[in-house]
Every structure is written in structure tokens, then in C-alpha cells.
Design a protein around this ligand. Structure first.
Ligand SMILES: Cc1cc2nc3c(=O)[nH]c(=O)nc-3n(C[C@H](O)[C@H](O)[C@H](O)COP(=O)(O)O)c2cc1C
Length: 384
């Protein structure tokens, strides 16, 4: 690579598929870790490098737009050090390797702003951006897990402070990305003397930012900074529509920017409805990992305390299934669900599955062609 290539930048819309013109985009979530399906079923995904490599290959084969990693640092299961909840690769290292072996998807590293510095994340992301040819992204997490903070000898900050910290982090990181001169910063959370970072990211104006926050403060942060709000679908289809329009209108009116809204969901594609629901019952009811679910629900906290008993039962079932929105059924049934999400204004979905290698392949070969026929996605031709 000569110096001109090292310094070359281009519009991110040209290299990063999350900006392609598919009406409904698709990605994979959490495959550096073993967190989503809280099930004891022996088939459950193990986040080995071989499995991650195969999943990256499926993204290239079917033209999935994104791979998003999960940052938890360890699972919530105290006094059970070998529990599968703890299995997790570090996200920047993992994304760097994924970006080298894949050709199409955006590769998105999740990180907590409190556990690192703007200087590190700016440079690590620029590195991944160069390795991937302009496909890097960041999922910015303000943090909510005490066990994760404990790994770093830190007490969890209160909610307002977490987001103030995150705002300042993003501002300083963007200066590392954009400033061609040395700069100083003397803020509440970060101090930088003669800050400078080369190379700059390839993607202009900067690699896309995703934010997974659901509080009012989290939403305000996402509208100001994120290219994708990564959130949960709650309530009725009208509630989805209002929530999604709320993000997009605030971003446009208050910050003069466009943003997408994505969610995550678990996928079970069956040849019949019965086959799909039997499989879901097998792993999420008969093999629900109850101690894991109870610990997780207690950790994610305050929210759960306000729920009625039947809502609590649904929430526990949902975490055993994989968390988020359920795409369970025949290919036609799944198409109908995606169509409803899309009509509510949703731009994309990150998939998880108990056995993602089999399920993503099934989704790619059976559901994606239906999405293409329905105009939700354009036919994808694998790059050479
Ligand atoms: C779709 C989604 C993905 C998330 N991914 C992570 C993650 O990888 N690591 C993490 O510590 N927290 C993750 N979170 C938690 C959020 O970062 C955040 O702490 C939580 O949603 C609370 O946000 P709030 O404080 O704005 O309500 C995720 C949340 C959502 C909704």
C-alpha cells in the first residue's frame, strides 16, 4: 500500500452496504458470543472462530448487510465460571479478523465508552475500515451491566452520567478521525494532549455509528449521533410506527440528518408452521436455561420490576427464544412478518438463531428469494 492509498477516503455510501437501497436490510447479531438463546439445548451455537468464519461466508453468499458483535465481557452467571454465557471474543480483534475474511457485510464492533478511550477506538476503527475496504462500523453502548463494569474495576455510572460520558467520547473520537492537526481536549471525562490519529477512516464523513439505547436519553443520543438506532419492537404495529417515526423525525428536524431504525430477532424457518413451533418449543421451553434467564432479567433490572407476572413470563420465554422479535414459521409467514415491520418504517433486522449456520442458510435460500419477489430486497450477486 503506498501513501496515497493509506490516505484515500471515499463516501461511505460507496463501500458500506448498510447504505444500499434495499428496503429491508439484514444482518447477524452476537456471533462472537454465546449470549442470545438462553437454552440448554446441546445444539446451541458455540462462538468458535470456525463457526464465525462460516457465518461471515453466509453473509457474503446471501448479501447480508451487517455483522454486529456483542460486548458483555462475561456473562451474568456469578459462581458458575464455566457457564456458556461467559463465552465471548473481544469485539475489535474479532471484527478485524472478520473484515479480512469477508467481502460484503458491514463489520460492526460493539464497545462500551467507559472501558476504553477515544484515541484507541478511533484508531482501531480506522484500522478495521482499511482492512475491510470501507465496511467498518461501531455499535456504541452506554452500558447497563454491573458485571461488565466490575471487569474494569469501575462502578456503574448513573444513567445521566453514562450518556454524558458517551456524548463526550463520540465528540473526541470524531476529532481523532477528522483533525489533520494536533488537538487538545480538556473535558469532564477525557483529556487529550496533542491528539492525532493516522490513518483516517476510509469512509467519509465517518464510519457509521449504531446505538442500542432505549431510554428517552438513549433515543436523544441516537438521533443526534447514530446512523442506525438499534432497538426493540414493543406493543402494536401502531406503536412501532410511532416509535420509528419518532426517531427519524427528531433526527431530521432537530439535527438535519437521516437515520435508519433496526431491530434484532430470533429466526426459526420451518417447512411447516408445526415444524417451526415444535423446534422453538424444544429449545426455548423444554430446554430453557432458567437460572440464566432469571439472572439476566434481574440484571437488566428496573424495567422488569414494573412488569405484571404474565409480562414477566413472556419476557423470560422471549429470552430463552433469543430475545427481540420472533420470526418463526414457514418462509411465507416470515415474509409476512418482515413486510409488516417494513411497512411500519423499520429498515433492518439483525438475526440470531439457536443454530445460526443452518438457520441463516435456510433463511437465505428460502426467505430472501421471497423478499426479492416482494420488492423488499434486490437480487444480490456475489462479488468476485
Ligand atoms: C438491540 C440492542 C443491543 C444491545 N447490545 C448491547 C451490547 O452488545 N452490550 C451491552 O453491554 N449492552 C447492549 N445493549 C444494552 C444497551 O446498550 C443499553 O445499555 C440498554 O439498551 C439500555 O439503554 P438505555 O439506558 O438507553 O435505556 C443493547 C441493547 C439493545 C436494545
Amino acid at each position: 500500500m503506498d501513501a496515497s492509498t493509506f490516505d484515500q477516503a471515499s463516501p461511505r455510501t460507496a463501500t458500506n452496504p448498510i447504505f444500499n437501497d434495499n428496503r429491508f436490510k439484514l444482518g447477524l447479531f452476537c456471533h462472537n458470543a454465546s449470549i442470545m438463546q438462553m437454552s440448554t439445548a446441546p445444539e446451541k451455537y458455540v462462538p468458535t472462530w470456525e463457526n464465525a468464519r462460516a457465518l461471515a461466508g453466509l453473509c457474503d453468499r446471501y448479501g447480508l448487510e451487517a455483522i454486529v458483535s456483542f460486548a458483555g465481557w462475561r456473562g451474568p452467571m456469578n459462581d458458575n465460571p464455566k457457564h456458556r454465557a461467559h463465552r465471548e471474543y473481544e469485539t475489535f480483534t474479532w471484527c478485524s479478523a472478520i473484515s479480512a475474511i469477508s467481502t460484503y457485510p458491514a463489520v460492526i464492533a460493539t464497545f462500551h465508552t467507559q472501558f476504553t478511550t477515544p484515541a484507541f477506538v478511533a484508531k482501531a476503527t480506522a484500522t478495521i475500515d482499511h482492512i475491510s475496504g470501507g465496511r467498518a462500523g461501531l455499535n456504541v453502548v452506554a452500558g447497563s451491566s454491573k458485571t461488565a463494569f466490575n471487569q474494569f474495576g469501575l462502578g456503574i455510572e448513573d444513567h445521566v452520567t453514562r450518556y454524558d460520558h458517551t456524548e463526550e467520547f463520540i465528540d473526541v473520537m470524531k476529532r481523532f478521525w477528522s483533525s489533520e492537526k494536533e488537538f487538545d481536549h480538556d473535558g469532564k471525562f477525557h483529556k487529550v494532549v496533542q491528539g492525532l490519529s493516522w490513518p483516517k477512516p476510509l469512509q467519509m464523513p465517518n464510519p457509521p455509528l449504531v446505538n442500542a439505547g432505549i431510554s428517552d436519553r438513549g433515543r436523544a443520543f441516537a438521533c443526534r449521533h447514530a446512523d442506525i438506532a438499534f432497538t426493540h419492537m414493543r406493543g402494536s404495529e401502531d406503536d412501532w410506527r410511532t416509535m420509528i417515526a419518532g426517531y427519524k423525525t427528531t433526527a431530521e428536524k432537530e439535527h438535519k440528518r437521516q437515520m435508519q431504525v433496526w431491530t434484532h430477532g430470533y429466526v426459526v424457518v420451518g417447512d411447516t408452521e408445526k415444524e417451526a413451533s415444535d423446534y422453538l418449543r424444544y429449545y426455548a421451553e423444554q430446554h430453557a436455561d432458567k437460572p440464566w434467564i432469571d439472572t439476566w432479567v434481574a440484571e437488566i433490572g428496573e424495567d422488569a420490576k414494573t412488569l405484571r407476572p404474565e409480562q414477566m413470563i413472556n419476557m423470560s420465554r422471549n429470552w430463552a427464544a433469543g430475545g427481540g422479535y420472533g420470526l418463526v414459521g414457514t418462509p411465507d409467514m416470515i415474509l409476512d412478518k418482515i413486510d409488516r415491520l417494513s411497512r411500519a418504517g423499520l429498515d433492518g433486522l439483525m438475526m440470531t438463531a439457536l443454530e445460526p449456520l443452518e438457520m441463516v442458510d435456510r433463511f437465505g435460500s428460502k426467505v430472501i428469494p421471497l423478499m426479492e419477489q416482494a420488492g423488499l430486497r434486490k437480487p444480490y450477486r456475489r462479488q468476485a
